[in-house]
Design a protein around this ligand. Sequence first.
Ligand SMILES: [Zn+2]
Length: 233
Amino acid sequence: MKAAAVWQALQQTLTPNCAFCGLPRIVGYPLCTHCHEDLPWLPPEQNLPLPGGCPASVSAFAYQPPISSLLLSIKFGKNLRELATLGELTATGILPQLAKVPDAILPVPLHNARLHKRGFNQALELARPLAKQLGIPLLTRTITRSKATLPQTELDSSQRQHNLQQAFQFHTAAPYRHIAIFDDVITTGATARELAALLLANGIEQVEIWSCARTILRSKAEADTTPSFAHTG
Ligand SMILES: [Zn+2]
C-alpha cells in the first residue's frame, strides 16, 4: 500500500460521524448525504426580495424543521457545537448564491443585557464561517444596540415601528463600501431594514441582507401575489 493510500484509508477511519444522525459523514463536511439532502435549503429562485423595499437578501434555509428547532435549541441551550455546525451549513447555502463578495459582514448586534444573559450573539457566531471562507471581517463595533427591543413578531405594525426606533447607533465611519448584514432568522425583515437604512445614511454604498433562515409573515395581499416559501422537497 502506498503512503497516499494508507493516509487516505486512515483519514476515512478517523472521519467523525454526521452531526445530526451519527452515520458516516461527507468528508470535510459536518453531515452525511442523507441529512444534507433533507434540510430545507432555500433555492436561489425563492430568495426573493423582502417586503418593504429591502436591499437584496440571501438566506440559506427556509425557517422550517430541523433548522427552526435547531436555532431555538441553540438560542436557549448555549449549544456552541451545534452553532458551529449550523454556521458551516449556512455558509454552504449562501456562498454559491453570491454575485459579489461584500467588504465586510455586520452581524445584527444584541443589546448588552441580552448578550450578557445569553453569553453569545447567535448572529455573530453563525456568521463566522462565512467571514472566514470569504476572507472578510466581521463588524462588531460599527453599530451597537442601545435598546433591548421586543421580538418584532410579537407586535402589531405600529408597535413594530416604535419598537425599533433609535434601537441602533452607528459608531465608526468604517472604510467599507459594501456590507452584508447577517441575522440568524429574518421574519418581518424590519430589524434588517432598520440597520440597512442606518448604514446607507452613514455613507455605505451597498447593503445586502443575509440570514441562516427566513420566514415571511404574509398579509393577505402579499400571500396573493408572492410565491409560497414552503419547502416542497
Ligand atoms: Zn446524518
